[in-house]
Design a protein around this ligand. Structure first.
Ligand code: ATP
Ligand code: MG
Length: 688
């Protein structure tokens, strides 16, 4: 079969794409690792491989593709579709909704768990807690155990959740986690065990899962021989992008899914490992080949197609000084006379002004806002720039920052749907019941206790007499819940029902009801894009939409907007022009990360990831004075800063305040019974 798309690839990329695929249609080859530097076409190669599989007759519904974000999965699906259309012809319909198993580890885990829920003793209506809900539940358990009252120095709920999460994701015993990462709380080991064991029981009683459970239950499922084959046989091919940022739990799931490695392809770059703070381990990618016998085939790519030579030289300069030896030597034939700029400005306000001016100037010369991005170490760093962009009516979307779903009113509305889905979800229940007049935490707790043991909780709810002082609101609340339980209205009409019920509460609780109402309408529009309530709740919780300049949720994709992103969230992406904010010691490396040399090395890789996002132009900005905004041990204050220690000076071109045009500054997942017992019990004993 003629395949022009293969001709565009270099020899190694092509080898990776064709690996294990014979002329007799699709044969499933042995395991493959593509390990290569930034911009060398790893993701592009993976997309071509998926397309090539499909073109050669593979069933797209039996391909599992896992990426770092839902956005990346969507982008990959589009690329695959485009390539397939070239060969099979547009409108062949091969791809429409066919690459159904593309998503994040957590998203895929959630879907498999819904399918296998019964076999593992989960109620299929489970709801998922985001980090905030998880911390809240952990806090409730903590109070119940009396841990916070007696001991004021007990770690905060956030720290407790971080410890729990690290132990689960890194598959490491609690005492080791404490010794290595939280030495200052090691005295609390016994209490923490009690807390975590209580937390696991609470989650099971309430039929809720946290993010980590999506992986943990999945690992338990594929760890069980009777289910492992069933799940593994659903997929002929399993492909993973950004493998360097996966944790031990994820790699154990993957290896259990495809124990011999047949049909398994993983892709990544050890020099871009930036998620160890979330228990990711670069060992996964480094140890991958030897996890199989014979070992996996390894293909490396060394040509960078993204950046100009000067940008690549500066990025290589940063990584060459790393303690670890990364063996990849990237080259490019994109020549440029212009080195990346390092611009020193007086303060953050000047920094914001300069960037706005430059972004506008770029747009004047034909570069869309979408082709430009502003990256930063920490979400709070973009504050002054956001203000300036808003003031000057420049549309932007912010990735990795405060989420749209974090606002109280959006959480309220989602609590309505979550509670209807799973009335044992106490975090949602508390939130909701306390919106009603005359209902405080005690009454809410009693109501939730009563319905928790009933096989039909919402029916039980309807039989509870109206609490004193709740007035007509109680009756309308019961009506709503019974309507949602039957789900007669269908999706997404349900959300409109929930919204109109919520309306008076919104008016009563918030002064700025008008702006918030707009957000809820936006949520309703987002809901229309999902098949049903469960899918909507799951995906929104796992990968919420990002904030935009007009506070209206997801951006309209056909509009032009500037991208603001944390470096972590910019992974895998590229823009013609990239600006990096606060490229100063204290920010990158962050003051909070310089405790150990491992931390410092991760900061170095982070800078490398940021710089390698740029195609044509890279500008690093250094404000001499910057506001630490609470991340500093000494609190909020202005500090004097110097440029990051990571970049060799010779690779940059220096500018200072005043040397840039000031003009226009103003303008501008055996028997069901048996497995049920196994899984639940395994989870509970984990902390004993
Ligand atoms: P990262 O490490 O940042 O994730 P990557 O290795 O995944 O990068 P891609 O994003 O796949 O790299 O590719 C980088 C750029 O190079 C993209 O614009 C892609 O279209 C382009 N590219 C990749 N391979 C080729 C090729 N053979 N010919 C031309 N352009 C290519
Ligand atoms: Mg990539």
């Amino acid at each position: 079969m003629s395949a022009t798309y293969l001709e565009k690839l270099n020899e190694r990329q092509r080898r990776a794409v064709e690996h294990g695929i014979g002329g007799d249609g699709v044969t499933v080859g042995g395991p493959l690792l593509i390990i290569a530097g930034a911009g060398s076409g790893k993701t592009n190669t993976l997309a071509h491989r998926v397309a090539h599989l499909i073109v050669n007759g593979a069933d797209p519904r039996r391909i599992l593709l896992m990426t770092f974000s839902r956005r990346a999965a969507a982008e990959m699906s589009r690329r695959v579709e485009r390539i397939c259309a070239q060969v099979l012809g547009a409108g062949s319909g091969v791809m429409t909704d066919a690459l159904a198993w593309a998503g994040t580890f957590h998203g895929i885990g959630a879907r498999l768990l819904r399918i296998y829920a019964e076999q593992i003793g989960l109620n299929v209506d489970f709801t998922i807690h985001d980090r905030e809900d998880s911390a809240d539940l952990l806090n409730v358990v903590r109070h119940e155990l009396g841990l916070s009252k007696t001991e004021s120095r007990f770690p905060t709920k956030g720290t407790c959740l971080a410890i729990y999460s690290r132990a689960v994701n890194s598959q490491t015993p609690l005492n080791e986690v404490l010794r290595s990462w939280y030495p200052w709380v090691s005295g609390w080991e016994q209490q923490l065990k009690e807390l975590f064991s209580g937390y696991v029981e609470a989650k099971q009683a309430q039929n809720v899962l946290d993010y980590d459970d999506l992986l943990l239950y999945w690992a338990q499922m594929v760890g069980d021989p009777s289910l492992a084959d069933d799940i593994g046989n659903r997929f002929d091919h399993v492909l993973v992008d950004e493998y360097q940022d996966t944790n031990k739990l994820q790699s154990s799931v993957l290896l259990a899914l495809k124990p011999g490695g047949r049909g398994l392809t993983v892709v990544g770059d050890d020099a871009q490992a930036i998620y160890s703070f979330r228990a990711a381990t670069v060992r996964n990618i480094l140890d991958f080949p030897d996890a199989f016998s014979p070992p996996a085939d390894v293909i490396t790519l060394d040509r960078n197609y993204r950046s100009t030579q000067t940008i690549l030289a500066a990025a290589n300069g940063v990584i060459e000084l790393a303690r670890e030896r990364f063996t990849k030597n990237l080259w490019t034939d994109r020549q440029s006379a212009v080195r990346p700029k390092l611009l020193t400005v007086k303060d953050e306000s000047d920094q914001a002004n300069y960037i706005v001016e430059q972004v506008l100037a770029n747009r004047e010369s034909g570069m869309l806002l979408k082709q430009q991005a502003v990256l930063f170490r920490t979400s709070s760093h973009s504050g002054p720039l956001e203000v300036e962009l808003t003031r000057r009516n420049i549309p932007f979307v912010k990735f990795g920052g405060l989420k749209f779903l974090d606002s109280a009113h959006v959480k309220d509305l989602l609590a309505v749907l979550r509670f209807a889905q799973n009335p044992r979800d106490r975090v949602a229940g508390f939130r909701l019941l306390q919106m009603l007049p005359g209902i405080g935490p005690q009454t809410a707790g009693k109501i939730l206790d009563v319905i928790a043991t009933d096989p039909e909780p919402l029916m039980a709810l309807g039989e509870i007499p109206a609490p004193p002082k709740s007035g007509p609101d109680w009756a309308s609340f019961i009506d709503l819940m019974l309507a949602l339980r039957k789900s007669d209205s269908g999706w997404p009409a349900e959300i409109a029902l929930a919204r109109s019920w919520y309306e008076p509460h919104l008016e009563r609780m918030h002064e700025d009801a008008e702006t918030r109402r707009a957000d809820l309408l936006q949520l309703e529009q987002i809901a229309a894009g999902y098949h049903n309530r469960e899918r909507f709740l799951t995906e929104l919780t796992l990968d919420p939409p990002d904030a935009t300049s007009d506070q209206a949720g997801v951006p309209l994709l056909d509009e032009d907007y500037l991208v603001l992103s944390t470096i972590h969230s910019a992974k895998g992406q590229e823009w013609r022009s990239v600006f990096m904010l606060n490229v100063v010691d204290g920010c990158i490396p962050s003051d909070l990360s310089t405790g150990t040399s491992d931390d410092l090395e991760e900061e170095r890789r982070l800078l490398y990831v940021g710089m390698t996002r740029a195609k044509d132009s890279l500008t690093l900005v250094v404000p001499q004075r910057f506001f630490t905004g609470g991340q500093h041990a000494q609190g909020n204050r202005h500090v004097y800063a110097s440029r990051t220690r990571f970049i060799p000076a010779t690779l940059l071109q220096f500018f200072e305040t005043g040397t840039w045009p000031v003009a226009g500054r103003e303008a501008s997942e055996r028997s069901a019974q048996q497995i049920r017992i196994d899984v639940a019990a395994r989870m509970r004993t984990m902390w004993k």
